[in-house]
Every structure is written in structure tokens, then in C-alpha cells.
Ligand binder design. Structure first.
Ligand SMILES: [Mg+2]
Length: 368
């Protein structure tokens, strides 16, 4: 294919619930959408960079600059036979995985449409519906967290993840465990701790958590290995795993026993699949993380999670968990067994709604 035109859309959407993590609060979610055109078709990608450099050093503004001035000119009007070739086209450039991933997702979408295949088929995914859970942001106090968790259990989510931070950790997690002794419960610390906090994590062992996600620094493997050796609960790495090499190294030194794969964090779906393949070979279970995606990124996450190594529930909630309305159709609904169906139409399998897109658009740039 030859990409003839690319649009960048900076959008800003109101979240149904303010999302609080150890990084801070999100009331409106900003991100970039990438729309590519070729042979009379179009494809969409979602770049999950945020307004502030909290999860990553990238922001919507850095991603806009890097895409517009470097990444897009590297592929525009040049032959590209498969989305995985994007890596070679961008080999002169370092970093900016969220920007890369947004562009690559659009190539997967249009590539699938040109081939008449859904992403699950292109990836070699097996599952037609995938187990999902919900990620609950930090609440004002343990009682509010218990109430919030209760709401999601009522809606049918079979796995609950709660965000923790220093000052809102053991007390809140044990309160939730006391109230709901049998649920599949895990915690995510988003790098808010140091190895000297090991006593806290030893205490968390008593709560029968399915995992503790990314307790230590976002670029660390060594201290995570030291912590894992001291506790029984499996550690899961998120921020620390930026590519397949990191995944292999983390497994080799037992820095974790589970990996959360986010295609944005690792520079795209191609690298995400490579990490999955590495973990499958090593017998390490993986699950698909979430970045508050719209229906576009959510569709890509569902296709990724259809791969056989994604044996744990992902942070892929139903569309109505975050946005009402969303900018794409069909909306993803939670099935009664806490799964969501994987789209099966060509490409991502979603249609962007022009009126909804217009309503949330901050700015657009067209490159030809
Ligand atoms: Mg995380």
C-alpha cells in the first residue's frame, strides 16, 4: 500500500468518572487520533499520549510534533507492504513509543481493510471473546473504594484492580479484601514505591492478591527482582517493560511473574505481539493493559488479547465505563461471564462517528 494522506486529530473527551492514580487526576482525557488514507479506504489509530507527562514522558503535544515532523513524512507516499515495516521506516528515530504505536495502529486498520481481514485473524488470535476486568482509580477513603468496587461487581466484572499509593495502600486493600473475601483482586502502584518499602509488600501477601503491579521505578528491573524474592504475591510489570528484550530480561532475573502488555507503551502492536510470543515461550502469563482508550484503541486491545498467552483478564472495560457517548461504534458490552467480544469486521472493526468526533476535536492537521 501507499499512504496518500494522513490526518492528525487532537481530541479531548470528558471521562464519566475522574480517574485518580498515583500520578494525579484525569477529568478530561486528551489523545491523538491518526487517520491514514490509501486506495480509497481509511484506517484509524489512537495515540495514547496524555496531556501531562505522567505515565510516560510523551504528551499529546510531543506526539503531535514527532508524528507531524518526523514519523509521518517517513512513510507518506512511500510503498509499505505491511504495518510491521513501520519500524524500518522509523529506524533513524529514537523513542516516542506512544506516537509510533498510534501511527502503526492506523496501518494495521487499513491493512486489515485492504486484506478483508480483522486484526484477530492478522495477529493469529484464537479467542472470540476475552476475559476482562476493571481498574478502579484511587478513592477518597476505604469506604468509597468498597462502594466503587461493589458497583463494578454488580455490573458483572469478574476481576477488580485497585490503584494504590503511599497513604492509600494496605488500609484500603485490606478493607476491600475484608468486604469481598473471594474476588479476584489485584493492586497497581504505578511506580510509587522504593525497595525500602518491602515490609509493606510482605504485609500485602496476607491479602491473597492475584498480583501487585509495578510497585517500583518505571525503568527498574533489578529492584523488582529483589522484591519478588522477598514476597509470595506475583509481581506484574507494566511501565518497566518497553520492548521484547526487557520482557526476556525481566523473566530471566525473575523481576516479575506476570507482564501487562500495552501496545502504546511498547511502540505498537507488532512489538506487543513479540512480547506476547516471548512470554508464551517462557510460560509467563500476560494480560492487556488499558490507557482509557476510545473505541478505536479498545478494539485493538481486544484483538491483541485474543492471542493465546493472554490468559489473565485485561483492563479492557465496556465502552460505557469511560465515555458516554464514545466516538466509535459498535460499543463494546460486557458479557455475563465478564468477557467482551473481539471485533470481527475487517481492520479494527469499528466506525468512527463524524459528529461525535467533531464534538471532541481540539485541532486537526492534514499531511499529504
Ligand atoms: Mg499499570
Amino acid at each position: 500500500m501507499r499512504i496518500e494522506r494522513i490526518e492528525l486529530h487532537h481530541i479531548k473527551m470528558r471521562l464519566k468518572n475522574t480517574f485518580i492514580t498515583s500520578f494525579g487526576e484525569e477529568l478530561d482525557r486528551e489523545c491523538l487520533l491518526v487517520r491514514v488514507y490509501s486506495e480509497g479506504l481509511d484506517g484509524w489509530g489512537e495515540c495514547v499520549a496524555t496531556r501531562v507527562p505522567g505515565f510516560s514522558y510523551e504528551t499529546v503535544e510531543t506526539a503531535w510534533h514527532v508524528l507531524r515532523d518526523f514519523f509521518i513524512p517517513a512513510i507518506l507516499n512511500r510503498p509499505i507492504s505491511h504495518p510491521r515495516e513501520l519500524k524500518q521506516h522509523l529506524q533513524a528515530y529514537k523513542g516516542h513509543p506512544l506516537a509510533r504505536a498510534g501511527l502503526e495502529m492506523a496501518l494495521w486498520d487499513i491493512g486489515g481493510k485492504l486484506d478483508g481481514k480483522c486484526l484477530r485473524e492478522l495477529f493469529g488470535g484464537e479467542k472470540h471473546s476475552v476475559p476482562v476486568g476493571v481498574s478502579v482509580g484511587i478513592q477518597e477513603n476505604p469506604e468509597a473504594m468498597i462502594a466503587k468496587v461493589g458497583e463494578y461487581l454488580q455490573l458483572g466484572y469478574g476481576r477488580i484492580k485497585i490503584k494504590i499509593k503511599p497513604s492509600a495502600d494496605m488500609e484500603v486493600a485490606s478493607a476491600v479484601r475484608d468486604r469481598y473475601p473471594d474476588i479476584n483482586l489485584q493492586v497497581d502502584a504505578n511506580s510509587a514505591y522504593a525497595l525500602s518499602d518491602a515490609p509493606l509488600f510482605k504485609d500485602l501477601d496476607s491479602l491473597d492478591l492475584s498480583m501487585i503491579e509495578q510497585p517500583l521505578a518505571e525503568d527498574d528491573l533489578i529492584d523488582h527482582a529483589a522484591l519478588q524474592a522477598q514476597i509470595k504475591t506475583p509481581l506484574c510489570l507494566d511501565e518497566s517493560i518497553r520492548n521484547q528484550r526487557h520482557a526476556g530480561q525481566a523473566i530471566a532475573i525473575e523481576a516479575c511473574r506476570v507482564i501487562n502488555i500495552k501496545s502504546g507503551r511498547v511502540g505498537g502492536l507488532t512489538e506487543a505481539i513479540a512480547i506476547h510470543d516471548c512470554c508464551l515461550r517462557e510460560g509467563v502469563p500476560v494480560w492487556c493493559g488499558g490507557m482509557l482508550e476510545t473505541g478505536i484503541g479498545r478494539a485493538a486491545n481486544l484483538a491483541l488479547a485474543s492471542l493465546p498467552g493472554f490468559t489473565l483478564p485485561g483492563d479492557i472495560s465496556a465502552s460505557d465505563r469511560y465515555y458516554d457517548p464514545d466516538i466509535a461504534e459498535p460499543r463494546f458490552m460486557l458479557n455475563s461471564d465478564s468477557t467482551i467480544d473481539v471485533p470481527d469486521r475487517p481492520g479494527l472493526g469499528v466506525d468512527v462517528l463524524p459528529e461525535e468526533l467533531e464534538r471532541v476535536t481540539v485541532k486537526v492537521d492534514v499531511l499529504t
